[in-house]
Ligand binder design. Structure first.
Ligand SMILES: Cc1cc2nc3c(=O)[nH]c(=O)nc-3n(C[C@H](O)[C@H](O)[C@H](O)COP(=O)(O)OP(=O)(O)OC[C@H]3O[C@@H](n4cnc5c(N)ncnc54)[C@H](O)[C@@H]3O)c2cc1C
Length: 523
């Protein structure tokens, strides 16, 4: 079955839906999303969205903080562009109906997070992502130029490969003509032909055992672009959030926003020592990578399963008012954050790398754009500054919509693309084979390619992943398409890319730390 659309958008988080709304002014938009429309990382964002809004803050300070966090690996032109366009994109969100918290005097209640030198985080309580997601969804659902396909899974991007050409990584002019998409309800694969394709499929957290990301974050878009011979970069820079609630049975791990540390909460080891000053003069407000490594180190030195986050000295009324989500979640687990210490551990949180794009969000594959967490714009470099990702998605969605809107008329549908070939895919393989492979990938990545790495660990990880790769590819070829097998296949691709890029980097920088190449002794 074939379908045609002007803009094919894969993903329904802030990146996909913002793009859809803006592109709908130029043509028909089809949003494909693999679960419910609100199953996104966006919905989970607590802390807020960064932008310069009032003095004494200014663009230069936000640019400086972003560049410092990125450890010299950011693209400064991109940083300047995103920071200076951020206030306008926040205004767009406000115009759509997102309400950010204000003080009694009517000014925005700006928060401060680790690595930020000023108060510049707009937020809606500690449910900023939910407020943004709900507003965008409401708008998209009412828009007659946008159709939404929930429970539709993008399997593969369409390129000249599907016309029988041999497309290698150095192929001069790869083009994207749409995607094969599995309709998970009716169990069929649709060929969606598009003039422009947008990958806004989010992050990769589920390649690790412990993650703050929901189940949907399996790196599908990045893996698809990699297989289509697109350029992927910076995947070795995986951000581990320093403080997720320690609960071995929970998936995703519940994030304890670092705005709490901005609000005065402090990290303590099991002996009650405020250990962060031993690692960084900024103490609990040091950037995430430093805090995560410090916690990892404390846990390893003392053999503990977690450290503590202490809010008990803070005003309980203000605490409950600012952090109702954290308060209620912890209380439901028997922890009253106004009286009890919170047990916390680091968890895989954000992928700084992804599909390499230019300032309009365009990848090296023509007609293919990537936005949000799936992309690598150059903003984050080796480490993302907190709350810079929602704004990056909003800025790039706008730019990509304007850019693609202008060139839409010159693009045509590639009619000769054949429909999905079901040959040789006759039965669904035993689920146990797939779930076991998933566990193995997550174990390999967590044990060997986590916060602290070494040459030996990376080598071991690669050897083990190669076995899984061979097994899964053979399973994939002979099995009926299922969401689970596609996700495991994608996660193996993601693991492979992370390891490959980590092995190439013979230094410790930003989020990549190797005991064999400790260029800078951070401890
Ligand atoms: C707990 C948590 C807290 C966070 N807090 C903040 C914060 O305070 N500030 C900040 O700036 N950032 C924060 N982040 C990061 C931020 O939320 C994400 O980077 C951002 O929301 C990503 O948006 P996105 O649109 O790129 O992807 P997502 O919102 O993750 O959306 C991805 C979409 O793609 C769909 N999809 C994936 N694969 C496929 C496929 N194969 N086929 C079809 N659809 C597919 C998914 O179903 C989903 O709809 C947080 C993240 C987490 C997990």
């Amino acid at each position: 079955m074939k379908k045609r659309t002007d803009f094919l958008v894969l993903g329904s988080g802030i990146a996909g839906l913002t793009f859809a709304l803006k592109a709908s002014k130029f043509g028909k938009v089809t949003v494909v999303t693999k679960a419910n429309i609100d199953d996104t990382n966006t919905r989970y964002a607590q802390g807020g969205i960064a932008a310069v809004f009032s003095e004494p803050d200014n663009f230069e300070k936000h640019i400086h903080d972003t560049l410092v966090a990125g450890a010299g690996c950011c693209d400064e032109a991109v940083v300047r562009m995103v920071v200076s366009e951020a206030p306008d994109r926040i205004k767009d969100l406000i115009d759509l109906g997102v309400s950010f918290d204000k003080r009694d005097d009517g000014t925005y209640d700006l928060a401060r997070e680790g690595g930020h030198s000023e108060y510049r985080i707009l937020h809606h309580k500690d449910r900023t992502g939910e407020a943004i997601q709900n507003t965008l969804m409401k708008r998209v659902k009412k828009n007659p130029n946008i159709e939404i396909f929930e429970h539709h899974f993008a399997i593969e991007l369409l390129t000249q490969h599907h016309l029988g050409e041999v497309v290698k990584r150095n192929y001069p002019d790869i083009k994207c003509f749409g995607a094969y998409v599995a309709d998970l309800i009716n169990q069929r694969v649709i060929t969606i032909l598009s003039r422009v394709t947008i990958v806004a499929t989010g992050g990769i957290g589920n390649v690790y055992l412990t993650t703050t990301n929901p189940e949907i974050a399996t790196g599908d878009g990045i893996a698809m672009v990699y297989r289509a011979k697109g350029t992927i970069e910076n995947m070795e820079f995986v951000q581990f959030h320093p403080t997720s609630l320690y609960d071995p049975n929970a998936r995703p791990s519940f994030l304890i926003t670092e705005a709490l540390r901005g609000f005065g909460a402090s990290l303590k080891n099991m002996s009650g020592e405020k250990f962060m000053k031993r690692y960084d003069s900024r103490g609990s407000l040091a950037p995430r990578d430093i805090v995560a490594r410090a916690i990892d180190n404390e846990m390893k030195i003392w053999g503990d399963d977690h450290v503590w986050l202490d809010c008990t000295h803070l005003d309980p009324v203000a605490l409950k008012d600012h952090f109702p989500n954290v308060y209620e979640h912890c209380l439901a687990r028997g922890i009253d954050i106004t009286k009890d210490l919170i047990p916390v551990v680091p968890a895989a949180h954000y992928s700084c790398g992804g599909i390499k794009v230019d300032m309009d969000g365009q990848s090296n594959i023509d007609r293919l754009y990537a936005l949000g967490e799936a992309s690598s714009t150059g903003l984050h470099g080796a480490n993302r500054l907190a709350s810079n990702s929602l704004i990056e998605a909003a800025v790039y969605a706008h730019r990509a919509a304007m850019h693609t809107g202008k060139r839409l008329k010159e693009l045509t549908f590639e009619e000769p693309i054949p429909d999905w070939d079901y040959k040789g895919t006759t039965h669904l393989e035993e689920m146990v084979l797939i779930t076991q492979s998933l566990k193995e990938v997550q174990m390999i990545m967590s044990n060997y390619v986590g916060i602290v790495r070494s040459d030996l660990r990376l080598e071991r990880a690669m050897v083990r992943l190669e076995i899984l790769y061979e097994e899964t590819e053979s399973l994939y070829k002979r099995s009926l398409i299922s969401k689970k097998i596609c996700e495991v296949r994608n996660l193996i691709n993601i693991g492979y890319i992370i390891i490959k890029l980590a092995k190439k980097r013979h230094e410790s920088i930003g989020l990549h730390y190797s005991i064999d190449h400790p260029k800078k002794n951070i401890f």
